[in-house]
Every structure is written in C-alpha cells, then in structure tokens.
Design a protein around this ligand. Structure first.
Ligand code: ZN
Length: 282
C-alpha cells in the first residue's frame, strides 16, 4: 500500500480537528448550502444546527444519522469509525470501550450502528467468479449441535481482482445456491467452484476443482481467493469476538465484506465508511 493510501491518526486529526469540522462535513454531504429561498446556510454559534441567512429555517445536520442525539461527541464518533475502518480482523466492543473511553454498552451500540450501515449492495459480480460455502458463528462453548440450524450457513462469491459477496443462506440445496447466484453473480461470469453437483446445471459456464480427488488448482481453476476470505473471517471471529450469535452474523459478514472490497486504500475505505454511515441517514 502506497503512503498516500494509508490513513493514520494524524490524518484523522488534521481532517477532523474538532466537532465543528465534523459537523460541516455531515452538513455538506447531506444538504446544500443554498436554501431554496435564495439565502445561505450558516452554522449557528454554539449549537449543532445550521440556519438560513434569509428565511431563518434551521437544519440539524445529524438528524436521521447514527450521530443524532448521541451523548458521544462527533470527534469521538469519527475516531470510532477510524478504528473500525482500520481493524481488518474486526474490533470488539471491549476494545473500543478501552480505546475511546466510553461505557461498554455505548461502545457495543456504536459498533452495531456502524455495521448496520454496511449492508451489501445489489451490484453483480462478473468475470472470473469463485464461489464457496462455509459454516460460521453461532458457535457457543459447549454447544454440541451440528449443522446449519445452529451454525450460520454462509455462501460467498468473489470476482477475482474485484468485490466479495457473502450471505447467510437457509440451506445448502440447489434452490439456495440458485438464489444466491441469481442475486450476486451475472450470468456472463465464469463460475469457479468445488465439485458440488449443484453448480452443474446452474446456468453458468462452470469449472470445478475436485477437492475430494486432492485437486486444489488446475491452471487458473481454483477457489483459493474465496477460501482465504472464509479462513480470514473464521480466524477473526475466533480471535476478536469469540462468539457471535447467528442473528448478528450477517452484519458481521457485511463488515468483513466492506473491509475486503475496500482493501487497497485506508483513505478510500475510511471515506467509504463515512459515506455509508451518512447514506444510511433516515
Ligand atoms: Zn431560506
């Protein structure tokens, strides 16, 4: 990663030295400085509001965002986003609590709100696409239940050199595979998979590596990229969160996908995260 692609704590402090600057970014992202009456919006002194110079209409820039009515100030919120953005193996509420000096409950809520802003879009993967299935999360200590009723069954696909998609699915049957593919992979893609029979008549150009025959790659036919993603997520969940509930698994997957898809630049990843949080404004 080139130096310009790094985004460090000093970059953050330079870009957002105080709450006023952070509020200005939020206002400028969500609103126009020009009011429809012809006036111009300016910050109201000592308040988290902007006011039109002519008609006096007031706008609270944080309204509808995760920052609104939060006891945590914007600079601390932005620092939490920065920490989240740089934590490629995830960050626990305990660790965020320690780093920003808020309560555990507050740190937990902040992380949950950040993850919720990162749901995956509807764009489709194309080109060389690797697909695989894995079992995740929901694994509590002493939980002996096997199968995806207790664990989360996850399907993931990655476009080589491009983006990742990962979704919890209800079963490993052909219907579920077809639904995942229809939602995430363009018909023109070349689908690279393991030897599961469900891929044969899925309507794709499909090439398979047969793991059961100890075949892991045949020329450029392999699923190593998607398998590495699965093992990174598994390692991270075990190392950072210990356990996560099946109910929350999708939002954790969304944040790992966010990190993967924005892996080339810390700066762009942080900008994307800020944008996603603000785009989620209701
Ligand atoms: Zn006005």
């Amino acid at each position: 990663m080139a130096k310009a692609d790094k985004y460090t704590i000093s970059d953050l402090q330079r870009d957002f030295p105080n709450d006023e600057v952070a509020l200005a970014l939020i206002f400028n992202t969500l609103h126009s400085k020009e009011c429809s009456c012809g006036g111009t919006y300016k910050k109201v002194n000592a308040r988290k509001k902007y006011q039109c110079s002519k008609c006096r209409f007031q706008i609270a820039p944080t309204a509808g965002t995760i920052f609104h009515k939060s006891a945590t100030n914007l600079t601390t919120w932005f620092y939490a986003l920065f920490v989240f953005s740089n934590a490629k193996s995830g960050i626990s509420a305990k660790e965020l609590e320690r780093q920003i000096g808020v309560t555990y409950k507050c740190a937990y809520r902040m992380l949950k709100q950040i993850r919720e802003a990162l749901s995956q879009g509807n764009d489709k993967l194309d080109g060389d696409v690797e697909m695989d299935t894995g079992f995740f999360g929901g694994i509590q200590k002493g939980d002996k239940a096997k199968g995806y009723e207790k664990k989360g069954l996850v399907m993931a696909a990655v476009q080589r050199g491009g983006n990742m998609k990962a979704m919890i699915m209800p079963s490993i049957g052909k219907q579920a595979h077809d639904a995942f593919l229809a939602h995430n992979v363009a018909k023109t893609a070349r689908l690279l998979t393991d030897g599961a029979p469900v891929f044969k008549n899925a309507g794709y150009q499909n090439e398979q590596v047969i793991h059961s025959k100890k075949e892991y790659a045949r020329g450029d036919v392999h699923i190593n990229t998607v398998e590495s993603f699965f093992s990174h997520v598994k390692r991270s969940i075990n190392g950072t969160y210990k356990t996560i509930s099946k109910e929350q698994l999708q939002s954790y997957l969304d944040s790992f996908v966010f990190h993967y898809n924005n892996r080339h630049s810390d700066t762009e990843r942080f900008a994307f995260l800020l944008g996603a949080v603000l785009r989620g404004a209701k």
